[in-house]
Design a protein around this ligand. Structure first.
Ligand SMILES: C[S@@+](CC[C@H](N)C(=O)[O-])C[C@H]1O[C@@H](n2cnc3c(N)ncnc32)[C@H](O)[C@@H]1O
Length: 436
């Protein structure tokens, strides 16, 4: 297949998107995709369909990388296609969920682990609270913390580490549903008293989640049966993508498929705040990466360590970025003209960090590679940030050729902003890039 045919096939997908791309609710997250509701998840079948078209063009592509892997949407789609996979994420909870999914793929005894946990839950009458951290009583009152402690004591008894990580994933989903933080926002935001989940629903919620997860595991295993005895290799790296790609040769890839954050976590999606409560309950030995203690030192630590988390050096970074991207330069000019330059420092910082990550990725990729980048244009200080166009400038600067962009309307994604009016992202763009 020539590059022109590849472009035409991708554009045909955009012109007539398969119905499944618009699915909502449970149908949009089949099998392992639905284990944990992580923020800003991709549409699994859309990424899978795009991967299939690229594989028709390059059947020898067999190593996939997602440097911002999140809960592993791309990972699951890659493994179902028998492709070797490397995922990177700075967030220990995201990396743990990916490791849980990898363990399911590798055949971990999840049913046995579930039996161990369920039988221990029934016997445990202890009322001790197993963890404490600043602000614990705000998010879990004593009664609820005692129930989560029962779950924790049961899960630590699961011997197989992979299967135990599946149990922690179910636990994290239970924390999302039953803590005193609202489920309607990814920020830690206290629920109104009438909206809180009673402590006596915690164990029942966990059990329901666990049973649904077992169905998902069976569904996934039936799907990968066609692979036979072959098992793709999986590597999950819990680290900053900017250094991970340099330090880990496993980041070598022919296909990079990812959705980076829309901007810095504090003013877009606070993945760290979303993950904080669950991480405080999970024993550190089970959290991937070396920096979990620091990253959960407070509710902001992980977000501050993520892309764009600091504005230190923002001016120098901005100057370099203006030279590398004409769309970014035009954006800054507009901010200068309208006296909003200071207000966009976080944007400059975020895009510079992202550019840094991309150049590391390119350095670790094989000569011929395809990249699939799904991005969204946020607003900052009332200006639309042309992140899609900036991305194209950046990949072109690395020698890549953008061959097609697919646009998709989004169900509304509201994000916290400083003045708390909310910033909306209404469309997402998926750009396919070829490096030859
Ligand atoms: C849009 S989310 C990815 C969601 C994923 N596609 C999914 O479907 O679940 C972006 C991810 O980038 C991660 N991230 C932010 N800064 C990072 C960094 N410096 N290095 C690696 N990952 C980072 C966040 O933790 C978050 O999980």
């Amino acid at each position: 297949m020539t590059t022109t045919t590849l472009r035409n096939r991708l554009l045909a997908l955009e012109a007539e998107p398969p119905k499944a791309w618009r699915a909502t609710g449970a149908h949009s997250r089949p099998n392992l995709h639905g284990l944990l509701r992580y923020p800003a998840m991709m549409v699994p079948c859309m990424q899978g369909d795009i991967i299939d078209v690229i594989l028709d063009h390059k059947p020898r592509h067999c190593r996939v990388l997602d440097p911002f892997v999140g809960s592993g949407t791309v990972m699951t789609e890659a493994l179902m296609r028998d492709l070797n996979f490397t995922g990177i994420d700075i967030n220990p909870l995201a990396a743990l969920v990916c490791e849980a999914k990898a363990a399911i793929d590798a055949g971990a005894d999840v049913e046995g682990a579930a039996q161990t946990v369920l039988s221990r839950l029934r016997l445990d009458v202890c009322e001790a609270i197993e963890v404490d951290f600043p602000g614990r009583t705000k998010w879990f009152d004593d009664e609820s913390a005692a129930k989560f402690s029962i779950l924790r004591r049961a899960i630590v008894h699961v011997e197989d580490k992979g299967a135990r990580k599946v149990m922690w994933t179910v636990f994290a989903e239970t924390v999302r549903l039953c803590s005193n933080s609202r489920t309607s926002t990814y920020k830690l935001h206290i629920r109104a008293p009438g909206d809180r989940v009673a402590a006596d629903r915690v164990l029942q919620t966990f059990e329901t989640n666990l049973r649904q997860s077992l169905v998902r595991v069976r569904e996934y295993r039936a799907l990968i049966k066609a692979r036979g005895d072959k098992r793709p290799s999986v590597r999950i790296i819990c680290d900053d993508a900017r250094k991970a790609a340099l330090e880990w040769p496993a980041a070598d890839h022919q296909l990079l498929v990812t959705s980076p954050p829309y901007g810095d976590n504090q003013t877009t999606i606070p993945y760290g705040q979303f993950s904080y409560l669950a991480m405080r309950w999970i024993p550190e030995d089970d959290l991937p990466g070396a920096g979990a203690t620091q990253l959960m030192a407070n509710t902001n630590a992980l977000d501050a360590a993520s892309l764009g988390g600091t504005i230190r050096g923002a001016e120098e970074k901005e100057a370099a970025l203006r030279a590398a991207s004409r769309h970014f330069d035009a954006f800054v000019q507009e901010a200068e003209r309208t006296d909003r330059k200071r207000a966009i420092r976080k944007v400059s910082s975020f895009i510079s960090d992202f550019a840094d990550a991309l150049s590391h990725m390119r350095a670790s990729s094989s000569g011929t590679a395809h990249w699939v980048l799904t991005t969204g244009n946020r607003t900052a200080a009332g200006l639309t940030v042309p992140f899609d166009a900036v991305c194209k400038d950046l990949v072109a600067g690395l020698g890549g050729k953008p061959i097609a962009s697919l646009h998709r309307e989004l169900p509304s994604k509201r994000m916290p902003s400083r003045n708390s009016q909310g910033v909306m992202i209404t469309t997402e763009t998926t750009t396919v890039v070829e490096f030859s």
